[in-house]
Design a protein around this ligand. Structure first.
Ligand SMILES: NC(=O)c1ccc[n+]([C@@H]2O[C@H](COP(=O)([O-])OP(=O)(O)OC[C@H]3O[C@@H](n4cnc5c(N)ncnc54)[C@H](OP(=O)(O)O)[C@@H]3O)[C@@H](O)[C@H]2O)c1
Length: 296
């Protein structure tokens, strides 16, 4: 190989080439899922997006599919049941010979609890007796943020492995969207959510290990975002399915002095999807939030 050929291997379109890859992004109709969807589709991937609200998915497909090399295809589903997951696998298998990229992004937050109390009785009142601190609440959050990741990932293993088998030099990939909330020592007043995200990070590592020991050639990683604008963090999105966080809100709260942007998440998604040498890892994209909040 001459020097020019060697140089061309370093071009962005080679290093981050995701053209014609088939992807599935759960929760692709808003927030971080929409950022991941655009990052992949704008760079040539065919991206299936799923979520419970068909209108959101249709709006995203209509708005963001125009004049791009890739595609965005909506498939409505609530992925917290095995039946729905099996149906989703069937739908994609009937249209595609393989799945190259699975982004398990769908997730929910948990209700907040006060942690300011300075006596055992008050803390018991706020954490044990308060109606939001119920077993049902913990079950709801873990079902969507943890169990669902396990079942969606394992249901798609054969279709993902086909993606690897079809092309030398490519290993299909699962990317779980976890959170810095699963890394930092703070409860952020939502114990169930933070515990679920720590579980999602550990689940990623166990899956990566088990997949490897079963001789499958797949990569399983997770991206742990800091604060990004989404329906979860702002409780709304506009007519383009985008949410906004004013810069002032986080100016003094994290080293970057702002919430994450679309481009910050796009870079993390393209890197994790395209880099064939990253496996079993947590990619933290948080503007330095873990540095200031402190990890366990
Ligand atoms: N934004 C942040 O600052 C931040 C930080 C760290 C981690 N995260 C993680 O990023 C992921 C995306 O959240 P987001 O912040 O972008 O919030 P979001 O805008 O609320 O996105 C979550 C998406 O998941 C979908 N979803 C929820 N439950 C579902 C289910 N049972 N079946 C199918 N789809 C479902 C929602 O659509 P439907 O309601 O229509 O189903 C929604 O589009 C989550 O895992 C979250 O924990 C977010």
């Amino acid at each position: 190989m001459d020097a020019q050929q060697s140089n061309s291997r370093f071009k962005l379109e080679n290093v981050f080439n995701l053209k014609d890859r088939v992807a599935l992004v759960t929760g692709g109709g808003s927030g971080i899922g929409l950022m991941a969807t655009q990052a992949l589709a704008v760079n040539g991937a065919k991206v299936y997006i799923t979520g419970r609200t068909a209108e959101k998915l249709d709006r995203v497909a209509n708005l963001y599919s125009k004049d791009i090399p890739g595609q965005i295809i909506p498939v409505a589903a609530d992925i917290t049941s095995k039946e729905a997951i099996e149906k989703l696998v069937q739908t994609i298998s009937s249209k595609e010979p393989a799945l190259h990229i699975l982004i398990n992004n769908a997730g929910i937050s948990s209700s907040k609890q006060n942690t300011d109390a300075q006596s055992a009785e008050e803390l018991q009142e706020d954490l044990f007796k308060h109606p939001s601190g119920s077993f049902d609440e913990w079950d709801r959050v873990f079902r969507t943020n943890v169990s669902q990741l396990f079942f969606v990932s394992t249901a798609f293993l054969p279709l993902l492995q086909k993606g690897t088998d079809m092309e030398h030099g490519w290993s299909s990939t699962v990317i779980n969207i976890s959170s810095v909330s699963g890394i930092i020592k703070l409860s952020q007043r939502h114990f169930a959510y933070n515990a679920s995200k720590a579980a999602a990070i550990h689940l990623t590592k166990m899956l990566a290990h088990e997949v490897m020991t079963s001789n499958l050639k797949l990569r399983v990683n997770n991206i742990a975002p800091g604060v990004f604008p989404s329906e979860m963090t702002t409780q709304e999105s506009d007519e383009k399915q985008k949410s906004e966080i004013p810069k002032e809100k986080y100016e003094d709260k994290m080293p970057a002095g702002r919430a994450g942007k679309d481009e910050d998440m796009a870079g993390a998604v393209l890197f994790t999807a395209a880099n064939q040498y990253v496996n079993g890892q947590t990619i933290v994209v948080d503007g330095g939030f873990v540095l200031s909040a402190g990890s366990i």
